[in-house]
Ligand binder design. Sequence first.
Ligand code: SAM
Length: 269
Amino acid sequence: MTAQTDRMGEANAKSAAWDLIGSLFWESGRTTAKPSDEEIGLFLDGVAAGARCTVVGASTKDLVEKLLERGAEVTVLDFSTRMCDDLRAALPPGSCQVLRHDITRPAPEGLRATQDFVLNDRLVNRFGADEAQAGVTGMLDLLAPGGQLRASVKLGLYPMDERMIAAGRERGTLAEFYQPEAKVIDFAAAGEVLTDALLPHGAISPDLLLQWYRGRGREKRFDHQDVIALVSGAAVDGRALRLVSSTEFGQAPQTRMYTAEAVADGRDV
Ligand code: SAM
């Protein structure tokens, strides 16, 4: 790997979980984990040919393909080597730049403050609390002034979280893996509860699913106010985010598209 393509710095241990999955996500995963055509329409709204767009998450392949069809100048950032390799292999050679990069870290030098759009589908749901703030800040770091962040976020608990919480309560082990006030679930600490509460994810095998969840570790669950706080907490190099809209996300329950614009940071003045 060249210095140009390795933007990882210190390793983020969660990337190993995604290295287990790669193209299985779009080949065999649950359809509802991916944005529907209608939802992709929200991401694409007003994106013109030549627009500089970064998709964070190589798993969001359908969106990348639609952006390329529009003639956008697309960069994909992902912290997993396998996700990057599998996406490169699935796209026409040279159609877009796919870089290994952890979005919770400062943006790659050449991309900082250059992008018209930064797009990601339910990536924020994969973060713990501190990671979420660092991730949104990393997204802002990519945006040119006036550029837009479009991030979909599932609000509340996932059905599997609910099963795990119910099982943890029953067995008296809930405190080992769930912090109710912070709404943080730790898949790595849930032990047998995770095994027993596991729900299918398309045709991905249960053994692989278990390893994937364990490797995902801590994830925060959000309500609308939590997302507003994340947006208003992001500041980098004299830029901040101003929330433009939050829109119900088509067919996915309790999922919203948050659109925010990069503006001069009033707090710096
Ligand atoms: N619903 C999504 C979809 O349709 O693709 C899946 C959620 S999210 C976008 C998953 C992707 O984000 C994976 O490819 C994973 O490797 C990547 N990812 C997770 N955390 C990341 C991070 N900190 N930095 C960069 N990529 C990350």
